[in-house]
Unconditional design. Structure first.
Length: 449
């Protein structure tokens, strides 16, 4: 029996598996795809809070080298979202394809000894008080103390534990491509919508651009062949130019759903990432939300399996992350519905009111989109800070709890590392392994929480 089986070797599953292995647990990843199969995906951006989580794992600086930093998002001509003012060293969105994130997380998982079984398709699951057994398509079985389904929007794990996936389809036939251009867009991220469609263009920083486009006049199934001319046509109508798009390295159609499971935990089985929630690509929050699911769940599983916390800690995964998933559904849904407004008068109101509102709530909107403004009640995000020896996020590496204190307290548990800040704190601050506040006060009152 292994400690944890993670189903799905996408970013969510790989980050979670790496965290569990770093905590000294035995973890195996089951991936339906064969090892040679590429994972062509819609994800294109990494937000500030996700970069902070990657920084806690010593991965952010390497990932940043793969993409383009964008500090302003321009929507519908008049709405501007300034990310440069975010209170983070990562005050931007990093435009980079999902496979770069997967490659980095897979290398980390490999270094930490995670076992990844490719071509391992889960078809059955049973659980009892002692553990979980999954059955594979080849007839084999695997048993673990806990199972995490990070197997995407069509999650087999979700189906096997009987969780519904309520919601609806919002957009059909969104066109997607990575292209070269002959004329660079004037803005780093260019988005606009007219009555008959919308287009989004973002740079990866290596000469390739990610394009999303939607044409109200042509609603077809996902498997309908797609041509670059279709994407160029709707982009010209939405943005006034197609930027001389050419040489696509891949193109596809997809439909966008808004769905969320009621329960992220059923007994000894958990759901994370797209297996638990899916929504429109507006705001580029899908992969980011999944990675932050994993960061929240990993240290909690480790604490319970290492005997430092009771099973009740695992219930906080639902209470902390489910509201975040619901918020992302609502915010991305509002953006996509704004883009779909058909009437000229409606678009005028959208642009005028949106521009006016952003002057008053721009900082809050940037905080929510980037993840910097997300908190779990009293468990607020703790920003990075300078220490006498390094930085706070460096001290969190290895999955530790960190106690920020001016002086060395007595009776600190072995799993809590004590650090001294350059600027004194009013009282000791306990920081959870995911970079959120665990508590304040005397060290003796702290435990895993």
């Amino acid at each position: 029996m292994t400690d944890v089986l993670v189903v799905g070797a996408g970013p969510t599953g790989l980050l979670l598996a790496g965290d569990l292995a770093e905590a000294g647990l035995d973890v195996t990843v089951l991936e339906r795809r064969a090892g040679s199969q590429a994972n062509t995906t819609r994800a294109f951006g990494v937000h500030a809070r996700t970069l902070e989580e990657l920084d806690i794992r010593g991965l952010a600086d390497e990932l940043i080298q793969t993409g383009q930093r964008v500090r302003e998002l321009s929507l519908f001509d008049h709405i501007h979202l300034d990310l440069g003012a975010l209170p983070s060293r990562f005050n931007y969105i990093l435009i980079t394809p999902q496979y770069e994130v997967e490659k980095l997380l897979a290398a980390r998982a490999d270094r930490l000894g995670v076992k990844i079984e490719h071509g391992a398709e889960v078809v059955g699951l049973t659980q009892n008080a002692g553990g979980v057994t999954v059955t594979l398509a080849d007839g084999g079985t695997r048993t673990a103390k806990y199972v995490v389904g990070a197997d995407g929007v069509r999650s087999k794990v979700r189906q096997l534990i009987g969780q519904p996936f309520p919601g609806k389809s919002v957009l059909k036939s969104i066109m997607l491509a990575d292209v070269r251009v002959t004329s660079d867009p004037a803005s780093a991220v260019t988005v606009n919508a007219v009555g008959e469609g919308f287009s989004f263009v973002a740079p990866f920083g290596d000469g390739w651009y990610r394009v999303f486009a939607w044409d109200r006049r042509k609603q077809v199934t996902d498997d309908t062949p797609l041509t670059l001319d279709e994407i160029k046509d709707v982009t010209r109508r939405a943005l006034g130019t197609d930027f001389g798009m050419h040489s696509p390295r891949w193109m596809s159609r997809f439909h966008s759903d808004e769905r969320q499971v009621p329960q992220y935990r059923v007994g000894r089985v958990f759901l994370a990432g797209d297996a638990a929630h899916c929504h429109s690509p507006a705001g580029g929050q899908g992969m980011n939300t999944g990675l932050q699911d994993a960061a929240n769940l990993g240290w909690k599983l480790a604490a319970v399996l290492r005997g430092r916390a009771t099973d009740a800690l695992l219930d906080t995964y639902q209470t902390e992350r489910h509201p975040v998933g619901r918020m992302v559904l609502r915010s991305s849904g509002a953006l996509i519905r704004g883009a779909m407004i058909k009437s000229k008068a409606g678009r005028f109101v959208r642009n005028a009111l949106g521009g006016l509102l952003m002057k008053h709530v721009g900082a809050r909107a940037a905080g929510l989109v980037s993840g910097i403004g997300i908190h779990y009640g009293p468990a607020v995000r703790v920003p990075d800070m300078d220490l006498v020896d390094g930085r706070l996020y460096e001290a969190l590496r290895g999955g530790h709890f960190v106690l920020v204190a001016n002086d060395q307290p007595a009776d600190v548990p072995d799993h809590v590392h004590v650090v001294k800040p350059v600027t004194p704190v009013a009282q000791p601050v306990l920081v959870r392994p995911d970079g959120y506040l665990g508590g304040r006060g005397e060290a003796g009152t702290f435990g895993d929480r």
